[in-house]
Design a protein around this ligand. Structure first.
Ligand SMILES: Cc1cc2nc3c(=O)[nH]c(=O)nc-3n(C[C@H](O)[C@H](O)[C@H](O)COP(=O)(O)OP(=O)(O)OC[C@H]3O[C@@H](n4cnc5c(N)ncnc54)[C@H](O)[C@@H]3O)c2cc1C
Length: 570
């Protein structure tokens, strides 16, 4: 088969905030950029973000305080140089996107309005009602488009071109008719988003299957801190669809079946506005001890009725709509039922502060970059604070775009050959022709059910080892897969099978990292090791997968500049 090879300066995979921000910077700097995305850009998960984006903008706030809150929120695992860079550039980032047209909600005096979010000492989440992500994504996509960025949407990237520590392109196929193409470039950037779809109850879009991580890991490159998956306290009961932290930021209160405002017991000072890991564990604890509400007692109440219809309609109209549509509960009139939902991935592709992907704890890969939720520059450490990830995606997206533009002066083009599409073509051929008995949907369901059960909010050695065994079995069964649609046109059966392969791979990283981390820190809570253990685990996990799928771990240093680890209390 003749495989077309397209050459360009930079290929970016992903068109959420991080991908679009980088693409715009590069195009503006006169570089040739192609953005590949399996979705239309405006359907990227960034567009679903509701609550806000942080910056120390107000007169009584300070980027240094933002930095401290972020480091404390991270349970001291964040790299403080990266946090400092992001927090100090946050006000400028907000002004940048605002001047490009993002319409933020305003205060009476005309300044940008800011709402309180968990774990922050000041109200610093800038918002556009409860559609912040959509506003930002529309703005940055339009601006990238205006600059002339070449978007190839509905292209699925399945492999990278990587040899001897250098990346020089990707292999992709067009979802419309399955035609393969090689994209050959001097620099490759991944901005493929998060991976919470591996869990039964989650707030993520269907597309958040962590493809970018597994694609990179299959070449023997490391993934960092994968055990840290954030469980958001408020997903709608049953579905896990997100009810933004903005609901608690605006004054929402949590109650158990006995009518107790239970956060008094867990975080007497911050109450509902304690960080997400603290609130999520409190909710799960109430549920486990039998004080849950709803038909299966698997939820608690979030009460917003005291805010009144006018304020809810002004600031939380989407949230009200979601609860009416998916639960039949109107937050203006009654408390709504919420439960913990897998939401965000703190771990990912390890990068340095300028977005260069790490080959191991000491060396960098040439020509390979990552930013946004798929990356781990480690600004969130073990737990992300709300409204810090839109900031991360926007700021680091832009910053990494600028860093690539500089590197392009010295990066050369390694010519790609058609045979380098082999791995992807073999994978597609296998999936289309294998006549097994297993189906994607049922394997995926088992993966999601068991990850939530055994590797969720609460973890133990026993539950994690059980999950390791289950993953091994699921990977074996995946070899016996059969997909029914054999066609070439929009074959979602094929796409979902490829995505399941990715989910199985990165889930192993989550579980192995969690088994080895015999402590509790941020979102990773081990019931058998409930204390944080700085002596042994104030370290980043670097995990590598070999050809047999086995995982090897090593540990890297945490960058501590200004704030020495302290006990974390709220
Ligand atoms: C419901 C919800 C609400 C949120 N609310 C907030 C909030 O209020 N504040 C906040 O700070 N954060 C929030 N977050 C988190 C935040 O939205 C994300 O972390 C951030 O938007 C991620 O941006 P990104 O650019 O890294 O990835 P995404 O926006 O997820 O984009 C990923 C891109 O990668 C592409 N892609 C992936 N795999 C492939 C492949 N194999 N081939 C081709 N393309 C591929 C996709 O097409 C997509 O364009 C929220 C998240 C969710 C789920």
């Amino acid at each position: 088969m003749q495989i077309p090879i397209v050459q360009t300066d930079v290929v970016i995979v992903g068109s959420g905030l991080a991908g679009c921000a980088a693409a715009r910077e590069l195009q503006k700097a006169g570089k040739e950029v192609i953005v590949l995305t399996k979705l239309h850009p405006l359907r990227s998960h960034s567009g679903a973000a509701q609550g806000g984006v942080n910056a120390a903008l107000s007169d009584d706030d300070d980027p240094k305080l933002h930095m401290f809150d972020t480091v404390k929120g991270s349970d001291y695992l964040a790299d403080q140089d990266a946090v400092e860079l992001m927090c100090s550039k946050a006000p400028e980032t907000i002004r940048w996107i605002e001047h490009m047209g993002a319409a933020f909600s305003r205060r009476e005096d005309g300044r940008i309005a800011q709402r309180p979010f968990g774990g922050q000492s000041k109200p610093r989440a800038c918002y556009a009602k409860d559609r912040t992500g959509l506003t930002l994504l529309q703005t940055i996509f339009e601006q990238a488009d205006r600059e002339g960025v070449d978007f190839w949407d509905e292209w699925y990237v399945a492999d990278i071109l990587y040899k001897d520590g250098k990346a020089y392109g990707v292999v992709a196929f067009n979802l419309r008719d399955s035609t393969p193409t090689i994209f050959n470039a001097k620099a490759v950037m991944f901005a493929t988003g998060g991976y919470a779809r591996a869990f039964k109850i989650n707030s993520n879009a269907h597309a958040n299957t962590g493809d970018g991580l597994s694609i990179i890991a299959r070449h023997g490159l490391p993934l960092e801190d994968m055990e840290f998956v954030q469980f958001h306290p408020s997903g709608l009961a049953g579905s896990g669809i997100l009810i933004s932290e903005a609901a608690r930021g605006e004054g929402g209160r949590l109650y158990n079946a006995l009518g107790e405002r239970f956060m008094e017991k867990y975080a007497p000072e911050k109450m509902e506005l304690a960080p997400r890991d603290v609130v999520a564990r409190a909710i799960m604890n109430e549920i486990r001890e039998g004080r849950g509400v709803g038909p299966d007692k698997m939820a608690v109440y979030l009460d917003l009725t005291h805010l009144g219809e006018e304020l809810i309609m002004e600031r939380l109209p989407e949230l009200r709509d979601l609860a009416i549509t998916f639960l039949g509960q109107d937050m203006v009139k009654e408390p709504i039922m919420i439960t913990v939902t897998a939401h965000y991935s703190m771990g990912g592709i390890p990068v340095d502060i300028d977005g260069h992907v790490k080959k191991n704890t000491k060396e960098l890969v040439e020509g390979l970059y990552a930013a946004g939720e798929c990356s781990c520059v480690s600004v969130h450490g073990a737990n992300r604070l709300g409204a810090n990830s839109l900031l991360e995606a926007l700021f680091f997206g832009r910053h990494v775009g600028q860093s690539i533009a500089k590197d392009l002066d010295r990066l050369t083009l390694e010519e790609a050959k058609p045979e380098e599409a082999k791995t992807m073509l073999e994978e597609m051929e296998f999936l289309l022709t294998n006549n097994g008995t297993e189906h994607t949907a049922s394997l995926r369901q088992e993966l999601q059910d068991t990850m939530f059960e055994n590797c969720g909010v609460f973890r133990t050695e026993e539950s994690l080892k059980k999950q390791k065994k289950i993953l091994k079995e699921l990977k074996e069964r995946f070899k016996n897969i059969r997909i029914d649609d054999k066609s070439k046109t929009f074959n979602t059966d094929l796409q979902e099978a490829i995505e399941l392969g990715h989910m199985l791979d990165y889930s192993s990283f989550i579980v192995e990292g969690a088994i080895a981390r015999k402590e509790s820190r941020g979102a990773h809570y081990r019931e058998d090791y409930p204390q944080r253990d700085d002596e042994h685990f104030l370290k980043h996990t670097f995990a590598y997968m070999d050809e047999r799928g086995d995982i090897r771990l090593e540990y890297g240093d945490v960058v501590i500049t200004q704030f020495e680890p302290q006990e974390r209390k709220y």
